[in-house]
Design a protein around this ligand. Sequence first.
Ligand code: AR6
Length: 173
Amino acid sequence: MKIQLLKGDITKVEAEAIVNAANSSLMGGGGVDGAIHRAGGPAILEACREIRARQGKCPTGEAVITTAGVLPAKYVIHTVGPVWQGGGSDEAAYLHRCYQNSMALAEAYELTSIAFPNISTGVYGYPKSKAAEVALQAIKAYRDDYPESTLQEVLLVCFDEENHTLYDRLLNA
Ligand code: AR6
């Protein structure tokens, strides 16, 4: 499984699945969530509504999968990151589960590539350096635990320079 760093807009990325940093309502929002719904069109919200009707809200740390509408990706995996509350409320464990559950869902669909944004590091206020460490730890743990995974490529898509620099440093340490 290759781990690759990219800088830019995840809505343009041609991975089989792109991950959305959603909220538990699954009804859209700002940041990367807003960008994905805007660029992918109404089919994504329609699919989210069906999931809501079936299973209710998506809890923090969990993930669901929908069409990617008109995006170059095939699927959007919506996961709900933790809101940063100072670090004492299991934020790291929840963030770890976001990456782990998104990869497991991609694998259940036999996908070969997945692209992640920097979950929780925008509106949800998770300190970027701490979040980057958790993200890489979760991805590497998944890679080690599932050597036969269908996932061959994990793309880390950094929209802002600060995250890109942090990941670059961690990946090349
Ligand atoms: N492509 C890739 N990354 C992006 C893009 C993009 N087009 N746009 C922003 N980012 P945020 P959160 C980065 O706030 O902190 C929403 O309203 C951004 O630089 O999108 O998990 C949801 O509905 C940042 O590093 O997500 C929730 O209510 C990262 O994406 C809430 O925000 C995450 O920032 C979730 O907050």
